[in-house]
Design a protein around this ligand. Structure first.
Ligand code: ADP
Ligand code: MG
Length: 701
């Protein structure tokens, strides 16, 4: 078949007129034969299996059962009548229920005759019931065994309203297969097909739409999931190779006075082995001729800042400028202060640029940057403004990347002819299994060790009723000289209420912790930046003992003396957010605590989140649970990696297939980087077609 045939517009398909075509386009995004072919069923009604009544599960699935109706009665309800049939097999009894069409059913159903019933069951008390079952006498059923497994396609209200039912879509699919003669171009190489014992593309597509049995369906799904993930990996990996080979980087081949001085004289503590390892990896990257694009993962408190600084010093040794960007003013300020302190008397010029930098200062700053008198610029988004021009930007460090959009990061590239090296630091742990797949195009370093002497944070769950005890605990900790965070949720949808909770909470704290013995700070998003900074500053300096805040303090803030984190309405926070918040304490030598305050009513998911927090401090373990609970949609990075537009695979459930796909993609590109070999023609063809359609090249990490 001519492969372009699949690009035929859908109205050409027999049985699809302009009206239906329009509905298919708006509701399902189907414009071509190919789009229709790639409309995969959500599930299948398996009519190859028969269940016994005592095998039914409360979870409720579509099942097929053989049995007899022994009794029918009408039950009167407030909202109308219901027809209930007692249905039995040799293992038990259940109910078939109808809310409509009573007369017809009463007249046609036969008592004590064997029926095959098909439908979804639900359990009420100890009895299973099946509303509006499909029914067939066993005698008729045996004659007419048609499709064994019936695909159920995605549907919308509008589709059904316009008469495009599941049956109609099945018909279209049949027509499509007829017109294509069931032949579709193979996209994988013979050797991959053989090694993995994959069925051919045509066979897979047939069995995904018209499965003959469970086994063939499973093979079809595996084959198509593999193919989908394989091509995503192929894109990511070849993009990385392209960057390594084609995009020139600034070679930082000197290790000079700044780096050595700092290392020998100013290092305030011994680096952990993990920090040393990561610094080595980064040095190697920046010393090569390729541009570095590296993700630095390290749990909260693992000491990423000092790693960043040492890389910056390396840039300075090679006569390049650096910038360090943070997502909020407070963080930028803190980084600035922290770096300044670490640099001590070293001859390195560093400045801070944020939204609230005064105009006169700004002009001065711009000049210093342009003539190269400034070595390090720390700042917020303000750093990305067009007016900010560097003389020679060599390294950009981005802290907590998830607050920065992709488009913003790409702006950095335009500040130089040769792009600067990029180091992205994040404390949001990405499950190991996923990291390489998501960031297949980035290099990744992990600091998997905390500085020595940290005591694991003790985390407990407390209900609102225990508040007095919690207050007493706070008082005891303050007596020991510690500081306390109390964090309230703030969610856009319920902002007004959330602010009220915050203010109520603050007032009650202020009442129970009165001046002059206690000083209480409050910080939230509605305050002016200057006021926020002022309050934050007071807390950092230890002038106030309690900081009441919304999640503005979530990332990065470093107050080693704070030892208690109290999270109000903890059930409303996501897992990674809880983990981030908890990471604000446990930074000093003292035992730290995290108290999760909740009401009694908790959803299953919320329970799981809170229990996970209590059980472990390990960010990676938490990330795995988070991923399972939320799915990958909310995870940073998925949006850009093309892994969210998957049609059939699921990066969480199909992680094993993903690993296999990645392995094969790497092997292939190693052996045949340009896909020139004859045996890889099919792959090359499918791949170039895909690149034309995808926008994966539009993003720059
Ligand atoms: P994060 O990775 O969360 O950004 P930071 O860089 O803020 O962590 O470091 C957390 C704290 O640990 C800081 O107070 C820092 O000075 C300290 N720290 C970092 N590395 C070490 C080390 N190797 N030994 C002791 N303390 C360290
Ligand atoms: Mg940090």
């Amino acid at each position: 078949m001519n492969p372009n045939f699949l690009q035929t517009p859908i109205p050409y398909l027999k049985g699809v007129g302009p009206n239906r075509a329009e509905t298919l386009r708006t509701e399902l995004g189907i414009e071509t034969y190919l789009d229709l072919l790639h409309l995969f069923p959500n599930r299948y009604l398996d009519k190859t299996q028969y269940y016994k009544i005592n095998q039914l599960q409360p979870s409720g699935a579509d099942v097929q059962i053989v049995g007899k109706i022994v009794h029918i009665k009408t039950v009167e309800q407030k909202r109308g009548k219901r027809l209930v049939a007692n249905f039995v097999d040799e293992t038990g009894q259940m109910e078939l229920v109808w809310f409509r069409g009573h007369k017809w059913i009463r007249e046609n159903l036969k008592l004590n005759e064997p029926y095959v019933v098909f439908g979804r069951t639900a359990r009420y008390g100890s009895t299973f019931s099946m509303p509006h079952p499909e029914m067939e006498l066993v005698s008729e059923h045996q004659q007419g065994l048609k499709i064994a497994m019936q695909p159920i396609y995605p549907s919308t209200e509008k589709l059904s309203a316009k008469g495009i039912t599941n049956r109609v879509i099945s018909k279209m699919m049949q027509q499509l297969f007829l017109e294509c003669k069931g032949q579709f171009p193979e996209a994988l190489s013979a050797s991959i097909l053989e090694e993995l014992r994959l069925i051919s593309k045509s066979e897979a597509l047939f069995n995904i739409h018209f499965p003959k049995n469970q086994e063939l369906l499973a093979k079809a799904q595996f084959r198509l999931k593999f193919e989908e993930l394989f091509f995503v990996q192929l894109q990511l990996i070849s993009k990385k190779m392209l960057r390594k080979h084609k995009i020139k980087g600034l070679p930082f081949d000197q290790v000079g006075d700044n780096f050595n001085d700092f290392f020998n004289k100013h290092l305030p503590f011994e680096l952990t082995n993990a920090q040393k390892k990561v610094i080595k990896e980064i040095r190697k990257d920046m010393g090569s001729n390729a541009q570095m694009n590296r993700l630095l993962q390290g749990d909260v408190g693992s000491g990423k800042t000092i790693v960043a600084l040492m890389c910056i010093l390396l840039a300075i040794d090679n006569e390049f400028q650096s910038c360090l960007m943070a997502p909020t003013e407070i963080l930028a300020q803190q980084h600035y202060n922290g770096l300044k302190e670490l640099l001590g008397k070293m001859d390195v010029k560093i400045a801070l640029l944020t939204g609230s930098t005064k105009k006169s200062e700004r002009t001065l700053l711009h000049n210093q940057l342009e003539n190269g008198n400034l070595n390090i610029l720390v700042g917020t988004h303000a750093v990305l403004e067009d007016k900010v021009q560097f003389k020679n930007l060599g390294l950009a460090v981005i802290d907590e990347q998830h607050r920065f959009g992709v488009a913003q990061r790409s702006k950095l590239w335009r500040k130089n002819e040769i792009p600067p090296h990029i180091l992205v630091m994040t404390a949001t742990p990405i499950p190991r299994t996923l990291a390489m797949s998501l960031y297949g195009d980035l290099d990744a370093s992990v600091i998997d060790e905390l500085p020595p002497g940290r005591k694991p944070i003790k985390t407990v769950l407390r209900f609102d009723g225990n508040r007095l005890k919690v207050f007493q605990f706070i008082k005891d900790e303050i007596k020991k000289g510690r500081q306390i965070y109390i964090v309230y949720p703030l969610i856009k949808e319920s902002e007004a209420l959330d602010y009220k909770d915050l203010m109520d909470g603050y007032e009650s704290i202020a009442r129970d912790f009165p001046l002059p013995e206690y000083q209480v700070s409050i910080v939230h998003g509605k305050m002016k930046p200057a006021d926020k900074d002022y309050e934050m500053e007071r807390f950092v300096k230890g002038e106030t003992q309690i900081m009441v805040a919304t999640t503005v303090i979530e990332v990065g803030v470093n107050v080693p003396n704070a030892s208690v984190m109290i999270i109000e309405s903890a059930e409303r926070f996501g897992l990674s957010q809880l983990h981030q918040l908890r990471g604000r304490v446990g930074r000093g030598a003292e035992q730290s605590f995290c108290i999760l305050m909740t009401s009694h009513k908790l959803s299953e998911d919320a329970k799981m989140r809170l229990q996970t927090m209590v059980r472990t401090n390990d960010g990676f373990e938490i990330a795995e649970v988070d991923l399972k609970l939320r799915g990958p949609g909310d995870l940073m990075g998925t949006q850009q990696s093309g892994l969210l537009n998957l049609k059939i695979a699921d990066i969480v459930k199909d992680n094993q297939i993903l690993k296999t796909a990645r392995y094969y993609a790497i092997q292939l590109l190693k052996e045949d980087p340009k896909l020139e070999r004859v045996e890889n023609t099919a792959i090359l063809y499918a791949y170039s077609k895909m690149l034309k359609q995808s926008n994966i090249w539009n993003y720059i990490s």
